[in-house]
Ligand binder design. Structure first.
Ligand SMILES: Cc1cc2nc3c(=O)[nH]c(=O)nc-3n(C[C@H](O)[C@H](O)[C@H](O)COP(=O)(O)OP(=O)(O)OC[C@H]3O[C@@H](n4cnc5c(N)ncnc54)[C@H](O)[C@@H]3O)c2cc1C
Length: 422
């Protein structure tokens, strides 16, 4: 079958990879000049089944209201966005009941565990490297109530294969000596031994090269303006350089997925949630953490990627504005330096490279995978804060659906049909 995949982010490239393995004739089109240039460019680098909870945890509404307009907060709702958030935002809040939150956490965790298993297989089969590390992930806590909450979430996901162990402060510092410098704040941690880390952009670019060798065609600098429908099916994608035709089409266009799908009458409840990262050279930081850290109190992650340190965090409801706001970007460094004061000193000597990206987030948490109401149009969209973690799993499921195979994970909770009443 001839298949066009729109988008060469981590989801689009992995989709192409798995489709090609099923023997399809695959073309990937992307408006950028190379793979992985948008949201997959400089994310936190974590492959974390441990962090499967959607962001609309019970109580999210009050948290959002508390942070409205506060530039220095990890979670920021810009007042001007409130009218645009009415549809999606209502769904986001409605899905924050305890039972829905736990159901969506389980769906996400199962997908993340599956995805990491596929990533390991891919690494074994292709020897692809992407500044990857298999050191697990450590979530650190300053507040006993927050640790209790995370423990509860970990108990929900443990039966799905997310192993974890709870550590007190001495055990935490023994496992990750870099935490010695903020030992006084710590009350404990949870260690997830099966989580991993790696550079999503490097992975995307290298997998695109492997896919090219395997016969996938990439058309870069090719903006898809619209999808043309004929007889209830997608007939072509219209690009600046003319139409491109195939038998089936996959939308894996990150934050543009919603606009493209809308053109053919498919509504995707996705909203872009902005985040920032800062990248610094590792050289000169004497005692960096070897295990990626998720700092619960400061809502920031600290990851080593080869010879670099990547800090990432913040959530901002600011629409499609992906501009780099220096003050917000600096929040990420400030939060991480609160945990690692020596990092703050290190950053005075090495100017960080800041980046802003938009997480394409669904209103309930899990991504939207598989069929759409248009018979030859398929979806791989809305992975939110977990797109790197989910990539192999989402894309293998979509490739299986297109190839007429039964996916290894059931589509219940992952398909567009779950929003029928929306
Ligand atoms: C600050 C931050 C930190 C994060 N940290 C993590 C993390 O630690 N772990 C994790 O799992 N996830 C993380 N994420 C989420 C993750 O980065 C995303 O979910 C993931 O990159 C989304 O991949 P994608 O392929 O769907 O989208 P993208 O990477 O945005 O790819 C979409 C592609 O489609 C192309 N495109 C769009 N529209 C068109 C069009 N009309 N025509 C042609 N091409 C088009 C774009 O050029 C782009 O290349 C983070 C995100 C942010 C912002």
């Amino acid at each position: 079958m001839r298949i066009i995949v729109i988008g060469a982010g981590v989801l689009g490239v992995t989709t192409a990879w798995y489709l090609r393995r099923e023997g399809h004739d695959v073309t990937v089109v992307d408006r950028a000049t190379r793979a992985g240039e948008e949201t997959s460019f400089a994310n936190g680098g974590l492959l974390h089944a441990s962090h499967a909870e959607p962001w609309n945890a019970p109580g999210i509404l009050w948290q959002l209201l508390r942070w409205i307009g506060r530039e220095d907060s990890p979670l920021l709702l810009r007042p001007g966005q409130i009218p645009y958030l009415l549809g999606w935002g209502t769904g986001f809040v409605r899905n924050s009941t305890r039972s829905r939150f736990e159901r969506h956490t389980r769906v996400n965790a199962a997908l993340a565990v599956y995805s990491l298993q596929l990533l390991r297989e891919l690494r074994r089969d292709t020897r692809i490297r992407y500044d990857d590390a298999q050191n697990g992930i450590l979530k650190v806590f300053d507040d006993p109530a927050a640790l209790d909450k995370a423990l509860h979430a970990s108990k929900v996901t443990a039966p799905l294969g997310v192993r974890h162990s709870v550590l007190d402060t001495p055990q935490t510092v023994a496992l990750e000596p870099a935490l010695e410098e903020s030992r006084d704040q710590l009350i404990g941690s949870i260690y997830y031994p099966d989580d991993e880390s790696g550079d999503a952009r490097l992975f995307t670019e290298r997998l695109a090269a492997l896919a090219t060798d395997a016969g996938v065609t990439f058309q870069f600098g090719c903006n898809v303006e619209r999808l043309r429908l004929e007889g209830g099916r997608v007939k072509a994608v219209e690009t600046a350089t003319g139409p491109l035709e195939a038998d089936s089409y996959v939308i894996a266009a990150g934050n543009d997925s919603k606009r493209l799908a809308r053109q053919v009458g498919v509504r995707l409840p996705i909203y872009p949630v902005k985040g920032y990262s800062a990248t610094l050279p590792l050289e000169g930081w004497r005692n960096p953490p070897q295990i990626p850290i998720i700092d619960d109190a400061r809502k920031v992650v600290v990851t080593l990627l080869g010879g670099r340190i990547r800090l990432a965090g913040t959530a901002e409801f600011a629409g499609y504005d992906d501009s780099l706001q220096t003050r917000r970007a600096a929040t990420v460094l400030r939060q991480a330096s609160g945990r690692f004061p020596s990092l703050g000193q290190h950053a005075e000597r090495h100017e960080p490279t800041y980046w802003a990206g938009l997480r394409p987030m669904t209103m309930d948490g899990p991504p939207i995978l598989g069929p759409s109401p248009v018979p030859n149009l398929f979806l791989n969209a809305g992975p939110g804060h977990l797109g790197w973690t989910f990539a192999c799993g989402c894309s293998r499921i979509v490739a299986d659906v297109i190839s007429g195979k039964t996916p290894e994970l059931e589509l219940e909770g992952l398909g567009l049909h779950r929003f029928q009443s929306w």
